[in-house]
Design a protein around this ligand. Structure first.
Ligand code: TXA
Ligand code: MG
Length: 317
């Protein structure tokens, strides 16, 4: 019998799509040099062509083949954090198509930390383009089942690599000779990046600002099946409050308001975040809600988690 890795590789070679496990979330992969396969990603995700895809490599040399420049900072970050949850955005080479980068002159590259993904990319011999394996504007998948649920009727072979260890999407940074910009926060925080650069005696300004120019960074994103409501103070969920919220959301009441109880440890909270929200969305519920406590949640990872929750929310009150 063919191994899952060989099956995935032969499908990718023949222009078909494969769900790949990574340590962050599952990706929907196509060989980067097959335009028809890359186009299929956009089609079946219903993703607009203005939202660029990340390329996944199995080693630093492969990344260097895709980028026009490879600054010292990129080398330091890749050595320290790859394989791992960091996407590095650099000027692209001509071999990377405009469809992948949504016509931007830059490309996002990362080396994922999952044995099966690394084996697939290694055996394929070229990078794979892979966004998160969910429908556009829905929450990312953190298990093989989540991917299968979204693409039941499509020709997608899913490599089951278990539940994702980190659970939220990678940190995205753009790197130039002048500065580093954190375009999407993630498990690797600004302090981790600063420490890494300091250790390599690289003195670069680090801005943490979600890019307006990166089209994927839209205000609404990651929408769960049931509306998510963020309450900015710890008020009790009474019938009156529930009715008020349902009115604001134009919802027919279809059950109770369900509380999302985030684990105290941010590493666990991130790991379980998407499956927790998916599971609660399946319950008989009118909407999901949680409290944002501004005095807690100081840890950088909490900020990345709240970045996802803020975008998932239909209402903040
Ligand atoms: O952890 C992850 O990054 C997962 C796994 C599968 O690797 N992938 C992922 O891909 O989250 P996706 O497509 O869902 O999100 C990629 C983000 C998008 O917001 C996109 O706009 C941004 O990265 N991005 C990609 N290329 C870019 C570029 N050249 N410049 C700026 N942002 C870019
Ligand atoms: Mg995504």
């Amino acid at each position: 019998m063919k191994s899952v890795v060989s099956e995935a590789v032969s499908r990718l070679r023949s222009g078909r799509l494969v769900g790949l496990p990574t340590e962050t979330v599952y990706g929907l992969a196509a060989a980067f040099n097959q335009p028809n396969a890359v186009e299929k990603i956009f089609k079946i995700k219903k993703r607009p062509f203005f939202d660029p895809l990340i390329l996944h490599v199995s080693n630093i040399e492969q990344a260097k083949d895709l980028a026009q420049e490879w600054p010292l900072a990129a080398q330091a970050l890749a050595e320290k954090f790859w394989p791992g949850p960091l996407t590095i955005v650099l000027p692209k080479k001509d071999s990377v198509s405009d469809m992948i980068t949504a016509s931007l002159p830059s490309v996002g590259i990362r080396c994922p930390r999952h044995q099966l993904a690394l084996e697939v990319i290694d055996e394929l011999g070229v990078a794979v383009a892979a966004p998160s394996a969910n429908l556009f504007q829905q929450i990312s998948p953190s298990s093989a089942k989540h991917v299968l649920d979204s693409f039941q009727t499509e020709d997608v072979y899913v490599v089951d690599g278990g539940d994702c260890e980190i659970g939220i999407e990678s940190t995205v940074v753009s790197v130039s000779e002048e500065k580093i910009q954190i375009l999407r926060p993630g498990f690797i925080g600004k302090t981790d990046i600063e420490d890494c650069l300091n250790r390599s005696s690289i003195n670069l300004k680090i801005e943490s600002q979600e890019s307006k120019e990166a089209p994927g960074h839209m205000q609404t994103h990651y929408q769960p099946e049931k509306p998510l409501v963020i309450l900015n103070s710890k008020v009790k969920m009474t019938n009156k409050l529930q009715n008020e919220i349902e009115k604001l959301l134009h919802l027919e009441s279809s059950g109770p308001a369900v509380f999302v109880n985030l684990p105290k440890d941010p590493v666990i909270a991130a790991r379980l975040l998407y499956s927790q929200i998916r599971d609660l969305s399946k319950k008989e519920a009118s909407f999901l809600y949680l409290y944002k406590d501004h005095s807690e949640n100081e840890a950088e990872l909490w900020q990345s988690i709240w970045n996802r929750l803020d975008k998932a929310a239909s209402l903040q009150k």
